[in-house]
Design a protein around this ligand. Structure first.
Ligand code: PLP
Length: 486
């Protein structure tokens, strides 16, 4: 990373100077806009084009992103987003279609959604898919509502959802939001679900068991068939958190493992943008007996043309407006078609290979709890560095000085000083080696103070996260008001 001249840190408003502003007046008739909502006018800084380009180009360099380099954030799967998918989703025919259009006039878009549902069914071996939820977490919530509606239809009020201790935080949150009590079961010494604890937790109160496989340690749960049987024996549903789908594509599937509900994170597995809290996409797949409960409208094919079906009395209703984030769904569709089933299988193989390669490179320097071979990610412990008073957070910050985004830290919670690393399939061996070299160099650095005070090469150093959260400065106007406090 290079350093920018001090002048480049100015806001565009400061750069303009006191008098260089143009004032655009409002030409909307006042009485058309509700009282108090009309802007009096707009004050814009006047800056030469050269300065504008420089300003925004420099700003774009201040953050680390997937396009800058390795972004090994475990669990989140920050995948490179291929540009052909962006290109396709920015076609005028995608941008100009309106969700209230008569279905007869947007057959191509409906076909695309229908075929994406079919593709996701084929990949997961589930019977039906909804594209509506806007994120994995919302997919979980949708799944929990479906579980509730299913049990209710059978005349049962089941109140509990069982979840392993390796689960992502959104699992218990979604179950609780849907009104269930959450029961946690521990992992055993191998990082698998403790079967005795699971069997003790399951009962006729259990609505569902939620699990991701491979789990957040990157370990494939070998007892999954036994788990499925135990869950189904008490009449509960088995929920597959599909965040780690990129580890298994083409090798196995939630359908083969006897899951009843699954969510996909298109922004993790199928290379669509994460966005800041969205726009994501978290489609949900279900087995045949749960299909009637899926959100409406369903896209149906009748005699060769596509239509929307709202007449579904058992449906949980809508979980989001329209059909989800269409432009994101278009990207995922393009990615799936471009790769084909062989390509998707190779994606998983490379993701698993890359993760195990990195694990082997790092296991002499860091502790890596649990023995099993990993899938697409692994979790190491930075605990040994505690002798030098260095923590996982410090290593994460120091990596920025080497040009790498940090892995996920302090999750899952059953590993002390956890660093959860997921390289994904798109990284070259050279990049993986550079990352491993950087990790090893940090672990063996002479002066721990250099690590504790990192990063040194970024546009801002360690941020006071509490202050930043309490004193939100989101605009130039807020900055003007608050600048004396900094
Ligand atoms: C990312 C993730 C989720 C939540 O998905 P979002 O799309 O971020 O809402 C759930 N479970 C696991 C294991 C995850 O990694």
């Amino acid at each position: 990373m290079y350093r920018q001249a001090k002048h480049d840190d100015m806001l565009i408003f400061e750069r303009a100077g006191e008098s260089d502003f143009c004032f655009l007046t409002n030409d909307v008739e006042e009485d058309l806009v509700p009282e108090g909502m009309a802007r009096k006018g707009l004050c814009l800084p006047i800056v030469p084009e050269r300065e504008v380009v420089k300003h925004y180009t420099n700003l774009s360099q201040k953050n680390f992103g997937v396009d800058n380099g390795l972004y090994p954030l475990g669990s989140c799967t920050m995948k490179y987003n291929p540009k052909y998918a962006d290109l396709i989703s920015s076609m005028p025919s995608v941008g100009s279609v309106h969700p209230y259009q008569d279905p007869e006039t947007c057959q191509g878009s409906l076909r695309l959604l229908y075929e994406l549902e079919e593709a996701l069914c084929a990949i997961s071996d589930m019977d039906a898919v909804t594209l509506q939820p806007a994120a994995g977490a919302q997919g979980e919530f949708t799944g929990m509502l479906i579980a509730k509606a299913f049990h209710r239809k059978n005349g049962e009020e089941r109140t509990e959802v069982v979840i392993p201790d390796t689960a992502h935080g959104t699992n218990p949150a979604s179950a609780a939001m849907a009104g269930f009590n959450v029961i946690e079961v521990p992992s055993n010494g191998d990082g698998f679900v403790d079967m005795d604890a699971l069997k003790a937790a399951l009962s006729d109160r259990t609505a569902a068991f939620m699990i991701t496989n491979p789990n957040t340690l990157g370990i494939f749960e070998p007892q999954i068939e036994e788990i499925a049987k135990a869950v189904h024996d008490v009449g509960a549903l088995l929920y597959y958190d599909g965040a780690n789908f990129n580890a298994i594509m083409g090798h196995t599937s939630p359908g083969k493992m006897d899951f009843d509900i699954v969510h996909f994170n298109l922004h993790k597995t199928f290379a669509t943008p994460h966005g800041g809290g969205g726009p994501g996409a978290g489609p949900v797949g279900v087995c045949k007996r749960l299909e009637p409960f899926l959100p409406i409208p369903r896209i149906v094919r009748k005699e060769g043309s596509f239509d929307l079906d709202y007449e579904r009395p058992d449906s949980i209703g809508k979980v989001r407006s329209f059909h989800g984030n269409f432009a994101v769904l278009v990207r995922a569709y393009a990615y799936i078609l471009r790769n084909g089933s062989d390509g998707l299988m190779e994606v998983s193989q490379k993701a698993v290979l890359n993760s195990n390669y990195l694990k082997r490179r790092l296991e002499g320097t860091f502790d890596i709890p649990f023995g099993a071979i990993r899938k697409h990610e692994f979790v190491l412990s930075a605990k040994r560095l505690g002798e030098k008073n260095v923590r996982a957070l410090d290593v994460a910050k120091r990596l920025l000085d080497h040009g790498f985004m940090s892995p996920t830290i302090y999750f899952p919670m059953l590993v002390d000083e956890a660093m959860m690393i997921e390289p994904t399939e798109t990284e070259s061996k050279e990049t993986l080696d550079e990352f491993a070299d950087a990790m090893i160099r940090i672990a063996t650095e002479d002066d721990p103070e250099d690590i504790r005070s990192a990063p040194h090469s970024t546009s801002v150093g360690r941020i006071d996260e509490l202050f930043a959260a309490k004193e939100l400065v989101l605009s130039w106007r807020i900055y003007q008001r608050k600048k004396d406090r900094f």
